[in-house]
Design a protein around this ligand. Structure first.
Ligand SMILES: [Zn+2]
Ligand SMILES: [Zn+2]
Length: 162
């Protein structure tokens, strides 16, 4: 389940190449980085570094752990990915070409539900303005239990009563 994509002028790879070239010390675009970008941008997902390392290995893409961590940091810096603290682990998701949205996170099954809210956007804008704060981004996460987990709990309670 993902939100409709936002039109962007460049491919993620082109945007990342531009970022590397514009560094104070321009960096080379590597095959490993291309493999990572192709994989990450093939579908919208919330993933952590360890999961990505496993997935790349499963697909036969030999990207070292150090390269994965270093490239993820660069992809965030380049504005392609954003970081999300859903819990103790750091998650990543597309930022480039994907609309601004917030999350509901289930503490039981770890499901992430995306939603958009003009009201939240407006409150955040107002608060930033009141503090003369130049907002560059925000993370808004609602934690709890999802519908399926709530239903499972209720069914279990009912069975316990029988
Ligand atoms: Zn759940
Ligand atoms: Zn998301």
């Amino acid at each position: 389940m993902s939100l409709p994509a936002v039109a962007v002028s460049q491919s993620p790879e082109a945007k990342f190449r531009e970022y590397l070239a514009s560094r104070p010390k321009p960096q080379r675009f590597t095959d490993q980085q291309r493999d990572m970008i192709n994989y990450i941008f093939s579908q919208h997902d919330h993933f952590d570094a360890e999961q990505l390392i496993e997935d790349l290995k499963r697909d036969g893409l030999g990207v070292s752990r150090a390269t994965v961590y270093r490239t993820l940091a660069k992809l965030v810096d380049a504005g392609l990915l954003r970081r999300l603290e859903f819990g103790p682990r750091m998650f990543y998701e597309h930022d480039y070409g994907y609309p601004q949205h917030e999350h509901l996170v289930c503490e039981k099954c770890e499901k992430k539900i995306e939603f958009q809210s003009a009201a939240i956007e407006s409150v955040i804008r107002d608060v930033a303005q009141q503090h003369h704060f130049q907002a560059s981004g925000h993370t808004f996460i609602i934690r709890g239990t999802c519908r399926e987990c709530n239903q499972a709990k209720m069914t279990k309670r009912r069975l316990d009563l029988i």
